[in-house]
Design a protein around this ligand. Structure first.
Ligand SMILES: [Zn+2]
Length: 155
């Protein structure tokens, strides 16, 4: 199953809210077979790949065995930063896609690895957590850059 993470935010004086390829993803999951939910969020890196079991032909970003039904679940990050998140657009836009086998993404937990560029200069802010009413000052462009009302949806 292909799942899409959509996000929206009210951005002031900032453009191109984005994440790096090696972003650390954090989700709670639900088994597609027995509906068991992961008690804690699972964490995986967007570029580290591993082969579950002895099958070297399959390489994924995350795998686990369901505690309920013992089936193996895998997640692979297909694309990130699909749509540029810019300006004060409260509309949900596709941000990343995942290939999920035997599991589905239920909840997304953003980390402070987001980056955003000022609209008034080439200043880049790193280590941004968009879910936590973030704001900083762009000295070069002389504006404050902020992110509010972060929202997401998993489709
Ligand atoms: Zn299960």
């Amino acid at each position: 199953m292909i799942q899409t993470l959509l996000i929206s935010a009210l951005i002031e004086n900032g453009q191109n809210l984005r994440i790096p390829n090696d972003y650390t993803w954090k989700f709670t999951l639900e088994c597609s077979n027995c509906r068991e939910r992961s008690p804690k969020p699972v964490v995986f890196n967007g570029i580290d790949k591993d082969s579950p079991g002895d099958n070297d032909r399959v390489s994924v970003n995350f795998y686990m065995t369901c505690k309920g039904c013992r089936r193996q679940a895998t997640i692979d990050v297909l694309r990130i930063n699909i749509t540029e998140i810019t300006g004060t657009s409260p509309e949900l836009v596709p941000f990343a896609t995942f290939e999920c086998r035997n599991t589905s993404l239920v909840e997304f937990f953003p980390s402070d690895e987001f980056e955003i560029t000022s609209t008034e200069s080439d200043t880049i802010f790193k280590e941004v957590d968009p879910s936590d009413e973030w704001a900083d000052y762009d000295e070069k462009g002389q504006v404050s850059v902020s992110i509010e009302e972060f929202n997401y949806k998993l489709d």
